[in-house]
Design a protein around this ligand. Sequence first.
Ligand code: DAH
Length: 339
Amino acid sequence: MKEQLSSIKQSAEKALSGAIDLNEIENLRVKFLGKKGDLTSVMKGMGKLSNEERPIIGKLANEVRTFIECALDEKKDALLKKAKAAKLELETVDVGLPGKIPSTGKRHPMTTVIDDLNEIFIGMGFTIAEGPEVELDYYNFEALNLPPDHPARDTQDTFYINENTVLRTQTSPVQIRVMENQKPPVRIISPGRVYRSDAVDATHSPVFHQMEGLVVDEGITMADLKGTLEVFIKKLYGEDTKVRFRPHHFPFTEPSAEVDISCFNCGGEGCRICKGEGWIEILGCGMVHPKVLENCGIDPDKYSGFAFGIGLERVAMFRYGIDDLRLFYENDLGFLKQF
Ligand code: DAH
């Protein structure tokens, strides 16, 4: 029995030294110390021993059991430590690696143009006003001297929400909303989105941007209109830019004009951009129609004013040399990253 015990001890020692994972250790524990294990089966034979031999063998068996238990524990500890070290090794942070650079966005060219125009007008004492994009027919047309049957309505292909509600076709309704709430002096600009049911092509979009301007006070004349717009245009396109006022018609202004600037590309000689004209049309304007003032409860005998409306896509297209308006709305990062 002595030999059996020492051979169990040896084979346990050998098996353990080769064990590579916790599963194997558990299997060895069962094999050597389990109910049907090697040691237990030897112990079962103890009954046959003489009274002298029994305590000696019993002691030896206990020693072997303790030895194997300790060896199992030690091996288990060693394996756990090794696994932990390997895990830590894997999780090591290499502080020398280059970092991930967060990609920062850029402002959309339309936003930049709007901000720049805002700045110019704020510098001249204007404040910024806003109005709804879903607008009442009354503000978009009627109060601006465009009654239901007015032929000029046809030029603005309108998205109707219902009979009384439209997607605003112009920023001009903001004039009415401002004058209803604020008595003169008024000096506002209003940039924003407008909508017309136009088919999309390189120069048309059902959504685009305008900026409205409105000044109302006592004694405002066409000279104020011309002076203000000239300052604005020269700030935007350069001091050498020539400005031309051409008679025009808008229902909400009288007299009305369209404003052309000398072509910033060819200086007026005629080129591809100005289509050989030497001039580029950039905005509509005029003296606020007395009926419009009256519609807002402002006395046209006491007050007068001027207004203008400028399409912002054209400003951006000219500034950045963009020849297709669709690029503004496609959210193509390759395009947007250039600004
Ligand atoms: N609302 C006009 C349009 O969309 C532009 C315009 C012209 C605005 C003359 C004005 C103005 O305020 O006085 O075509």
